[in-house]
Design a protein around this ligand. Structure first.
Ligand code: NDP
Length: 452
């Protein structure tokens, strides 16, 4: 058995029933294999076993009262995974599917992603199995206050800076920050994704979607191609998907799909700016379902999710580019094969780990430009890092300044991933390049600190 397989086996044994965490560790460790020989000092210092064990895992009870006076209890999580290169940084996810394994997978990924951004940020992640869907604003507020009433002990602008994520948007960040401010009596950059009036950064809402399109543009440029005129499949219709569509339009591409957890729409004529405005209003203001798109735009086709199917028809249309921007494991082996059969050139992952390992293999075997989430969706956390910088300096940059910095960071991430893949003999193998580049910075820092 190889050294990395031993590490993976120990992770599985010590962390049973956490399949998403196992999957993330397996994916990273396998691509780190070539570093073992080059860096015996890492092996000697136990870096590989240390990096898969969180610095700290915080689990807590979140009791709250609904509008009818009934008491509910949810689980609260914060995993502070690694702070070798900066304060823990990573979002919060409020979704009924949240469990410890999912938070650990996300926190582990965040270590490497944050390292790639070129900014000084460690890795962490948190959340709850609370479902904000169908709750009143007051219920969401009471939940967020109960959540922060415990979390405030463990976070701080130089310690751990959480952010939004699935189910945690501007409304939730407002309630969370309001309670932190009340409890601590201080106005500091302890959360990112804040409102623009109270310490937020311009372009933060746009950052992940914009960044994943910038990353795709960089991959295309290596092959002498541009975004202009390319047809794109986008999944999701939340924050990431919406701004992916917007930047695709800015760069002259044609997005033709968006989805939610009930189904997807295919609009052969393209989702233009007016249609995007409709989707934003539908999802952000009216909190409706994506199927309403087809009542407004009759040419589009709605297909509901059918769990008896072993593939997602969204990924079975002719297109040049794919931007999975909904959730983990949304492209399986068959979906990846369908994309390849339909002539896909590049995949840029807005979501975290949206492609299964079997799906990734299909992309790699077919020489598809595959921008893994860790690199392609790092725009969000990058602008969060820029929000931290602005908070520390107590000033705010203009939209143009932040967008330019975001573009520059995405170019640096692409360059680091591409050049590292080249130097390890596999040019264009972005998973290998991104994982190794992200790892080296963290591992060298851990080595410098001794055994801590
Ligand atoms: P949102 O909550 O804004 O949107 C998520 C979208 O995905 C919604 O359209 C949702 O549909 C859909 N969705 C959720 N679960 C499923 C499912 N099981 N099957 C099909 N569709 C689903 O989240 P974001 O846009 O912020 O996040 C999307 C992805 O991007 C996540 O993986 C997140 O971790 C990742 N990400 C986000 C960042 C950010 O800055 N926002 C940064 C980096 C990564 P519905 O409306 O029905 O719930």
């Amino acid at each position: 058995m190889s050294f990395v397989n031993d590490v993976i086996a120990r992770v599985k044994e010590k962390n049973p029933a956490e399949p998403e965490f196992h999957q993330a560790v397996e994916e990273v460790m396998e691509s780190l294999e070539p570093t073992i020989e080059k860096h015996p000092e890492f092996v000697k210092a136990g870096i590989y076993d240390r990096i898969v064990e969180p610095d700290r895992t915080i689990l807590f009870r979140v009791p709250w009262m609904d509008d009818k006076g009934n008491v509910h209890v949810n689980k609260g999580f914060r995993v502070q995974f690694n702070n070798a290169i900066g304060p823990y940084k990573g979002g919060l996810r409020f979704h009924p599917s949240v469990n410890l394994g999912i938070i650990k997978f996300l926190g582990f990924e965040q270590i490497f992603k944050n390292s790639l951004t070129t900014l000084p940020m460690g890795g962490g992640k948190g959340g709850s199995d609370f479902d904000p869907k169908g709750k009143s604003d007051n219920e969401v507020m009471r939940f967020c206050q109960a959540f922060m009433r415990e979390l405030f002990r463990y976070v701080g602008p130089d310690v751990d800076v959480p952010a939004g994520g699935i189910g945690v948007g501007g409304r939730e960040i407002g309630f969370l920050y309001g309670d932190y401010k009340k409890l601590r009596n201080e106005h500091t950059g302890v959360l990112t994704g804040k409102g623009i009036e109270w310490g937020g950064s311009l372009i933060r809402p746009q950052a992940t979607g914009y960044g994943s399109v910038y990353f795709a543009a960089e991959m295309l440029q290596v092959k002498g191609e541009s975004m202009e005129g390319k047809t794109a499949l986008v999944s999701g219709s939340g924050n990431v998907a919406q701004y992916t569509v917007e930047k695709l339009l800015n760069l002259g591409a044609k997005p033709v799909t968006v989805s939610d957890s009930s189904g997807y729409i295919y609009d052969e004529e393209g989702i233009d700016r007016d249609k995007l405005a409709f989707v934003m209003d539908l999802k952000n203001i009216r909190r409706g379902r994506i199927k309403e798109y087809v009542t407004e735009y009759k040419n589009a086709v709605y297909t509901p999710i059918d769990s008896s199917r072993d593939y997602n028809p969204l990924w079975n249309h002719k297109a040049d580019l794919a931007f999975p921007s909904a959730t983990q494991n949304e492209i399986n082996e068959k979906d990846a094969q369908n994309l390849v059969n339909n002539g896909i050139k590049a995949v840029s992952e807005g979501a975290n780990m949206p492609t299964t390992p079997e799906g990734v293999k299909v992309f790699m075997d077919n020489n598809i430009m595959y921008g893994l989430g860790k690199a392609a969706n790092a725009g969000g956390v990058s602008v969060s890092g820029l929000e931290m910088s602005q908070n520390s300096m107590r000033l705010s940059w203009s939209s143009e300044e932040v967008d330019n910095r975001l573009k520059g960071i995405m170019q640096s991430i692409h360059k680091a991933a591409y050049e590292t893949s080249e130097s390890y003999g596999h040019p264009g193998n972005y998973p290998m390049g991104a994982n190794i580049a992200g790892f080296l910075k963290v591992a060298k820092s851990m080595l410098a600190y001794g055994i801590v």
